[in-house]
Design a protein around this ligand. Structure first.
Ligand code: UDP
Ligand code: MG
Length: 316
């Protein structure tokens, strides 16, 4: 491969309705990368934007065809799928992810690269002074604690997308078959020597966050079910507890009926006891089946979850 087709650095940026931010992003990002004195490429994924984002990306590709590549999705598949599509196509040795809304200042890129150069294979940015709404900040913290418990993945700031990865991590993510959609966690699970570095966090340059509460819940649900079967296991545990409880109830009622004073009205409770017992046995069964369906689902889900409509690139 020629020099231009194997750059040292690949920057990956998902774009969804960012027409107001892209001009400033271009103006700040390109000079930072040019100033590194290393070969680089930037991969933008247009995640089904409904505004003029695609036109702006096309213009930028025309202006800097040497370093700009654009993946165009036919519809909106979400930030992590947009990043995944870019990971499948990056050519660099070191890969960086960044948000398009300038909440991650491009000027921090050299700090991440310094950590990579120091021998870390995965560097996560932690937002030093989060400039998000009160709700967003605290909701994230609570979710982070729950997620850490369930998935055993330790990340100070799971929401910060300013991150750097060495090539083998990206290869592992791509080979994993895109089963999971949460890139920082997936990368963490493949990292051998991860590090974190504090980065500045800015207000969204323009527009509002694309994450509604619903999307945030969906993302975290994906994260939890994608990285563990804990929810199914909790369900089975609960069913087992019900089962044990009703077994005791049946036993107590049986003893009372056989050895102590028996009245007709209590026959009804005996029936209920037996019924509850059988019902909870059935629920345990459903829980167990769910467990296996869950495992199967994890494997079956290894399918492409997005469609690329067009690629804008100059082949090196
Ligand atoms: N994004 C995307 N697809 C989506 C939602 C967001 O590609 O469906 C991009 C968005 O353009 C931005 C990044 O993902 O570059 C982070 O999105 P946002 O700023 O809305 O999230 P927040 O900063 O609130 O976490
Ligand atoms: Mg943002």
């Amino acid at each position: 491969m020629s020099e231009s087709s194997r750059p040292e650095i690949s920057v990956v940026i998902p774009v969804y309705n960012e027409e107001l931010n892209l001009p400033t992003l271009f103006a700040r990002l390109y000079p930072v990368l040019d100033g590194l004195g290393r070969s680089y490429e930037i991969l933008f994924t247009n995640d089904g934007s409904a505004d003029r984002s695609l036109q702006l990306l096309e213009k930028q590709h025309a202006a800097r065809p040497d370093v700009t590549r654009v993946i165009d999705f036919n519809a909106n598949y979400g930030q992590h799928m947009a990043i995944m599509a870019a990971f499948e196509r990056v050519r660099g040795e070191t890969i960086l992810t960044l948000d398009a809304d300038l909440q991650n200042p491009p000027e921090e890129i050299p700090n991440l690269l310094a950590k990579i150069d120091a021998g870390h294979d995965y560097v996560g940015g932690c937002r030093l002074d989060r400039k998000d709404s009160f709700f967003r900040t605290y909701a994230s913290r609570i979710i982070n604690v729950i997620r850490e418990r369930i998935t055993n993945i330790q990340m100070t700031d799971q929401g910060c997308m300013l991150r750097a990865y060495r090539r083998p991590i990206i290869d592992a993510i791509v080979q994993s078959g895109a089963i999971n959609t949460f890139i920082p966690a997936l990368a963490y699970s493949f990292a051998g020597n991860p590090a974190e570095v504090g980065v500045r966090h800015e207000e969204r340059h323009a527009g509002v966050s694309n994450y509604s509460f619903y999307k945030l819940v969906r993302l975290n649900f994906d994260l939890v079910t994608g990285f563990s079967l804990a929810p199914l296991q909790y369900f089975t545990m609960f069913a087992l507890a019900c089962c044990g409880g009703s077994f005791v109830l049946v036993a107590v009622l049986a003893i009372r009926r056989l050895f102590f004073d028996y009245t007709a009205a209590e026959g009804l409770f005996t029936l209920f006891g037996i019924l509850f017992f059988l019902m909870s046995v059935a629920i345990v069964g459903i829980g167990l089946i769910g467990e296996y369906v869950g495992r199967t689902y994890q494997v079956v889900r290894a399918r492409q979850r997005y469609h690329v409509r067009a690629m804008l690139e100059t082949r090196g």
